[in-house]
Write a protein that binds this ligand. Structure first.
Ligand code: ADP
Ligand code: MG
Length: 370
């Protein structure tokens, strides 16, 4: 492991901002710290950087305990949310800043800055000032500046938060490509699950000063382990009384999460679904949102609201229309753990996968493919 945190605790006064954090990050990987605002992500990042001191525990980078090592000596590059570029300095001088501090010879600085301008696609903009750049360009300068002294670890704290949606999307894939090109171990903080899922190799989910789960994006998405992760990841609708639905028996769990990909809504006259009438629920469409490539239906199942996604290619649906809803599966949870429950009645049916697109059971994963 390139970075290791062992038994890290941190309090601000009486407030426990991080409790028993333990994790390792492999060399060359791109890891997301994902969690809601206030969950302790920045605190973790700042402790790794040396800008905060943990109350207990060890921070190990490249095999060395760095708790007592000055931030400037940890070989870390930092990119902040709000650009934090020097406003009175040109792009060139911003990128050169760290090298100037290290008293690198001018010719070497020039060589490195030019290399980074090339890498980050900022060539030609070196004389501009931050105010003459777009948000995306500024963040690219911040990235180049952080990389200039050739750090061995890059930390990024919500690097795209201040940038509008379209550019943010482009920057995500740009950042991923850049980081792989440079080959630097990187940790980035985000509260946006889509960002984490798209960009990272590994995700560390935080909530209320605790690490909830660590895993690959697919693993976190498909196998959420705790009630928090189950609700936080995916487009989750939390419901109670799920055992009143066909195929889900009375169990020890109080609450459950249904995701849109766990249900199929079909029109009551759709012959293809005749086989599933007895295992589906009656519902009424109460809202329809146009999501660009699909429709998102809110359906009232006798008091339980669920969300279903419907292809635009299928027949039109209207608000107020009665539909049938087949629930393939859901995540039920108790206080500490989430469990995947399959619709038991559906298991006994001879299922035609062409009808039920989402119901392609994947034995190997003990889960589904969608
Ligand atoms: P995140 O980055 O996930 O939004 P933070 O790590 O910034 O969360 O903060 C975690 C909690 O610790 C928050 O409740 C925040 O108010 C508190 N906190 C952060 N920094 C300080 C500080 N310097 N003094 C007191 N409380 C702090
Ligand atoms: Mg933060």
């Amino acid at each position: 492991m390139y970075v290791e945190l062992k038994n890290i605790n941190k309090k601000y006064g009486e407030y426990q901002a991080m409790k028993d954090a333990n994790f390792g990050i492999e060399k060359g990987s791109l890891v997301a710290l994902l969690g809601p605002s206030g969950s302790g992500k920045t605190t973790l990042l700042r402790m790794i950087a040396g800008l905060e001191t943990p109350d207990t525990g060890d921070i190990i980078i490249d095999g060395k305990r760095v708790n007592d090592i000055d931030p400037s000596k940890r070989g870390i590059g930092f990119v902040f949310q709000n650009y934090a570029l020097f406003r009175h300095m040109s792009v060139y001088d911003n990128i050169a800043f760290g090298l100037e501090l290290q008293k690198v010879p001018k010719a070497k600085i020039k060589e490195r800055v030019e290399e980074l301008l090339e890498l980050t696609g900022l060539k030609g903009l070196e004389k501009r000032y931050p105010s003459q750049l777009s948000g995306g360009q500024r963040q690219r300068v911040a990235f180049a500046r952080a990389l200039a002294p050739k750090p061995s670890l890059l930390l990024l704290d919500e690097p795209f938060a201040a940038i509008d949606a379209k550019v943010r999307q482009e920057l995500r894939s740009w950042l991923r490509k850049m980081i792989y090109k440079v080959g630097i171990t990187s940790i980035f903080v985000t509260h946006d699950q889509n960002e984490a899922v798209e960009v990272a190799d590994q995700i560390i989910v935080t909530s209320k000063g605790r690490i909830e789960q660590i895993g690959s994006p697919i693993d976190i998405y498909k196998n959420p382990q705790t009630p928090f992760v189950t609700e936080f990841i995916g487009q989750s609708t939390v419901i109670e009384n799920y055992h009143r639905f066909h195929g889900f028996e009375e169990g020890p769990y109080q609450r459950a999460v249904i995701r849109p990909e766990f249900v199929e809504a079909f029109k009551t006259d759709n012959q293809n679904f005749n086989n599933y009438i007895d295992v589906s629920e009656e519902g009424e469409v109460i809202d329809i949102l146009f999501r660009g490539n699909s429709l998102e239906l809110t359906i009232d199942l006798h008091g339980v609201m669920i969300t279903a996604v419907r292809s635009l290619e299928r027949r039109e649906v209207k608000v107020g229309e009665k539909m049938r809803v087949l629930i393939y599966r859901l995540f039920a949870f108790d206080e500490d753990k989430a469990y995947l429950l399959e619709n038991e009645k559906l298991k006994g049916k001879n299922i035609n996968n062409e009808d039920l697109e989402s119901y392609l059971y994947n034995e190997e994963y003990d889960f589904f493919v969608i």
